[in-house]
Design a protein around this ligand. Structure first.
Ligand code: 9MR
Length: 439
């Protein structure tokens, strides 16, 4: 028993049991970690390239929408991403007055009360939506911007000093324009449009009358302050049953603006001509706070209307893993806030639309800055922000430095250059083709 051989054998036996125990522990821990891995759609994506559908994930809570243009849908990959991930579409520009009003045809027809319309771009988008079972938010009927001056001028004249028509003529033009547009889409694509932005950005506390109405609007100047109510009244008259009518605006959490908007919503609601408030939600990573968003939603829904988040994007000029993970936490936090306010406060929030699909095609980028605010990069890969919108486990709940860095490390994002760091300005080959075709 005391021999050296016996001691060696005993030590070897202990060593073997220790190693077996160690191996077992490692197995248990890694199988637990494996379980966690499966809970992260982002981790799965980084390993396999597969990711779940955003709108399926949210189908019990919100319609999930995206703003786009018909030329983008001509690309098969782009169209595939939209069909898979979105249950609502908004035309980023092609349903605005400057895309719909036809000056040449209006002059030719010569009816001072009835301008002519065309629907080239919008029809392509509505074709795609109806074929893919996606509903559309129609944006926008009456707006001070992107409405040509000639629509307000005598003889539909494009001369910059052409005389403007009188109030009664403009009211007739407004009614005919709303009627023709609604009838066109509702006849050609029945059931596709579920919401109309009837009036857009009519409140401007910076330069307004006693109701907060923006004075720098030809609608205001030619028709008068009741143009908003008139627009809603005509829209109600010609809308299809079930279609919801919205007032839509930006900076909707700002106190000054909110006070005016709430007053407007109450008035229109009392007349039975409005159903919803569109909160555009062009926000930053830090502001407004979740509390301000929640309070605004309560203030608006308290007037008896539903809320749509209509144009969400979160500006970020930081394409690094850090900047993009921070952005993802903000998307996560906003979605969580919306879920909370709907489930716990019973506020009626029906849909959430992001204002664009690809970072390479965002209105936030201009000659003086490049932004990376959306859910997909220029190569059409989903970004951390996409997984933030999914409330994915891999995206931190807060933007604390250490949490962000931990998430980046755990996902190995610094080393996954190929998959992650595609936030350059070059557009994908497929999109190049699409742009060429359009030109
Ligand atoms: O994203 C739109 C951009 O392509 C247009 O050039 C711009 C013109 O006004 O409009 C942008 O969309 C706006 C939307 O229609 C209303 N809210 C603000 C949006 C961003 O400017």
């Amino acid at each position: 028993k005391g021999s050296i051989l016996y001691k060696v054998m005993r030590m070897t036996k202990r060593m073997i049991s220790f190693l077996v125990a160690l191996a077992l522990t490692v197995c248990v821990i890694s199988s637990f970690a494996e379980g966690t891995v499966n809970m992260s759609a982002y981790r799965t994506y980084l390993e396999t390239g597969e990711y779940p559908s955003l709108c399926d994930q949210w189908q019990d809570e919100f319609k999930i929408g995206v703003a786009l243009s018909s030329f983008q849908l001509a690309g098969a990959k782009f169209a595939g991403i939209v069909a898979k991930n979105f249950s609502s579409i908004t035309c980023e520009n092609e349903m605005k007055a400057d895309s719909i009003l036809d000056q040449t045809a209006s002059v030719r027809a010569g009816d001072p009360l009835h301008a002519k319309l065309h629907f080239y771009g919008a029809d392509k988008v509505l074709d795609f939506a109806s074929k893919n079972g996606i509903q559309v938010r129609a944006h926008t009927l009456v707006w001070h911007s992107q409405t040509p001056r000639w629509f307000f001028a005598e003889g539909y004249s494009t001369k910059s000093d052409a005389a403007l028509v009188d109030r009664e003529t403009m009211i007739a033009r407004m009614e005919n324009y709303i009627k023709d547009e609604m009838e066109h889409f509702n006849t050609k694509y029945p059931g596709v449009i579920y919401a109309w932005d009837v009036v857009n950005e009519a409140i401007d506390p910076g330069n307004c009358d006693e109701n907060g109405y923006r004075k720098e609007s030809l609608w205001y100047q030619v028709v008068g302050p009741d143009y908003i109510e008139l627009a809603f009244t005509f829209a109600r008259k010609y809308a299809a049953p079930g279609q919801k009518l919205f007032y839509n605006d930006y900076s909707t959490t700002d106190m000054a603006k909110k006070v005016y908007i709430v007053k407007l919503l109450r008035n229109l609601k009392a007349k039975g001509v409005i159903d919803g408030m569109g909160m555009q939600t062009h926000i930053s990573v830090t502001s407004p706070s979740a509390m301000d968003i929640m309070t605004a939603i309560r203030d608006y829904t308290d007037t008896g209307v539903t809320v749509h988040i209509t144009e969400m994007d979160i500006s970020s000029e930081d394409p690094t893993p850090y900047g993009q993970m921070l952005l993802a936490t903000r998307y996560r936090s906003v979605m969580n806030t919306l879920k909370f306010v709907k489930e716990k406060s019973g506020c009626d929030v029906e849909s959430v639309t992001v204002w664009g699909l690809l970072d390479s095609q965002t209105w936030l980028t201009n000659s003086s800055r490049t932004c990376y605010p959306l859910l997909f990069d220029s190569k059409m890969n989903p970004k951390p922000a996409f997984f933030g919108m999914l409330l994915d486990d891999s995206i931190p709940k807060t933007g604390k430095d250490e949490d962000i860095q931990k998430a980046i490390d755990e996902l190995g994002l610094e080393s996954k250059e190929e998959k992650f760091r595609n936030f350059d300005d070059s557009i994908s080959e497929e999109n190049e083709v699409v742009v060429d075709e359009v030109e």
